[in-house]
Design a protein around this ligand. Structure first.
Ligand code: ZN
Length: 498
């Protein structure tokens, strides 16, 4: 018989081994997305598939499973208790999925991703449609295998944000509908902001210099952070002191790279500032909504604030005199905050963004409660865009095919994007009480801000769920009211509405 200390040593060794494989796989994927020649992809993917198999074997190790059941009965400290709980949940649920089903599911999802890519390239939904319908069915079954007594969509929502459910999301999105849709209508009627200068020609090489400047301003330091270039920006946290972000340049939209890099650096700070004791453990796996709250915080609440823009704008103006010499700070500030109902989520402005998520949430909910026929999804997608944002979908590429999520069977993920924005608002509300934000930002001093985020949010990692973190730090759980009030105040002022 092992004593508690020995049991924990075995568990820690196992987590260390698992994290070693994870590090190598993450490194290979970062390399694949950024610098590796495309033609070497087959060779890489074959080897990576083997690595994935190895890591799967480690993750389902029956000895560890047994150990977790034993540990659960012991007197444990808070951190170990949470770790055991999270790991045990993973083990139990994986064990409930029949292996043949799992294999078929993985195959279907790989085929669906390939089909989605082809469909998007050719702008032809019929290529992807049968795959999507199949995936919906698979994902429903998968959720039922894992938690036979739960509503499948509830299981999916809980996967991405522990503790969130249809009831909580319904209330949240009802509020968005009631309060933001009328505001968007008013703003849309009052087009007083110009942003043509944002869409002038901005050569890439100079944009790269600007990103250096912005990273420096944010405190994204080369001693722990690295920026690469990829088709779709993302963040990969290998460890606390090795966090990679990527960006992509649009030569006809200067705000695209600026705000995508600030967004990713927001994710990066989270990865960097999680308690170092959690490195290489399950406690680094922060929920999607919580993670997104940090990227949105930096992007919208800091990055789109005039006192922040003031720091980089003279440099930007000097880099591209031909486009910006007659555009003053105020005009540029308004330009990057323009509201324009549109078709594509990733290009959406801050105010209409949650409506894109509302649409996806209503569709997903309908698919899984049976009120929406999956065969009709594209038609209903277009209908909802017309109903809520008054825009007409003219091509599937800009409609149902725009996001990658469903092709990977990620249902229940989207709502966390809007949740993250709203949580950021709550943090912003409390931060302003303690920090003189504008004077810090005018000085270009972001350290006090990122330190605040570390103490109130980052350090906890996955030790607590979202609501518990908020309660611990602000004595108040999730409250979407802050988000609504913030958006109303900001856009009423910007658009001079009364
Ligand atoms: Zn993000």
């Amino acid at each position: 018989m092992m004593d508690l200390k020995e049991k924990l040593t075995v568990l820690n060794k196992w987590e260390f081994k698992k994290s070693a494989y994870e590090l190598l796989i993450a490194t290979a994927y970062f390399d694949d997305e950024t610098i590796a020649p495309k033609s070497g992809q087959n060779y890489r993917y074959e080897r990576l598939a083997l690595m994935a198999g190895e890591i799967y074997e480690i993750s389902v190790d029956p000895k560890i499973k047994e150990l977790l059941f034993e540990l659960e009965k012991e007197e444990l400290d808070e951190v170990t208790k949470r770790k055991v709980k999270l790991l045990k949940k993973e083990f139990e649920e994986t064990a409930k999925i029949p292996q043949d089903f799992y294999k078929a599911f993985t195959k279907a999802s790989l085929e669906a991703q390939a089909a989605w890519m082809r469909a998007k390239e050719q702008d032809d939904y019929t290529i992807f449609k049968p795959h999507l319908i199949k995936l919906i069915d698979y994902q429903k079954k998968m959720a039922l295998y894992r938690r036979p007594d739960s509503d499948p969509y509830e299981t999916m929502l809980d996967d991405y944000e522990e503790g969130m459910n249809k009831k909580a999301y319904d209330e949240f999105f009802d509020l968005i509908k009631k309060e933001l849709l009328p505001l968007i209508e008013k703003v849309a009627k009052k087009q007083i902001i110009k942003d043509d200068f944002i869409h002038a020609y901005y050569p890439k090489d100079k944009q790269a210099k600007l990103m250096e400047k912005i990273n420096c301003l944010l405190g994204f330091d080369k001693s722990w952070g690295y920026m690469g270039i990829s088709a779709h920006p993302f963040t990969s946290g290998f460890s606390n002191n090795d966090v990679r972000v990527t960006t992509s340049y649009d030569e006809h939209n200067i705000s695209s790279a600026i705000y995508s890099i600030i967004h990713e650096v927001g994710h990066a700070f989270y990865e960097h500032q999680i308690d170092a004791a959690f490195e290489g453990t399950v406690l680094k796996n922060v929920s999607s909504g919580m993670h997104e709250s940090q990227s949105r915080f930096l992007e919208n609440y800091i990055g789109r604030r005039k006192s922040f823009i003031k720091n980089y704008y003279p440099y930007l103006q000097d880099l591209y005199k031909e486009n910006l010499k007659d555009v003053d700070l105020d005009e540029f500030y308004r330009g990057v905050n323009i509201v324009r109902p549109s078709l594509v989520r990733v290009d959406a402005d801050e105010l209409t963004y949650p409506i894109h998520i509302l649409i996806r949430y209503e569709l997903e909910k309908g698919i899984f409660d049976g009120s929406i026929d999956p065969n009709e999804l594209d038609r209903i997608w277009n209908e909802y865009y017309e109903k809520y944002l008054h825009v007409k979908v003219r091509s599937a590429k800009e409609g149902i095919l725009q996001d990658i999520h469903w092709s990977g069977a990620s249902f229940g993920y989207f709502p966390t994007y809007a949740l993250g924005s709203a949580v950021a608002s709550e943090i912003f509300h409390y931060m302003k009480k303690e920090l003189d934000l504008d004077s810090l930002l005018e000085k270009g001093d972001l350290k006090a801000i990122t330190d605040y985020l570390k103490v109130k949010v980052h350090r906890y990692g996955a030790l607590y769920d979202l609501n518990t973190v908020l309660k611990k730090s602000f004595k108040e759980g999730f409250n979407p009211r802050y988000y609504i009030d913030y958006l109303k105040e900001k856009y009423q002022k910007l658009y001079q509405l009364d």
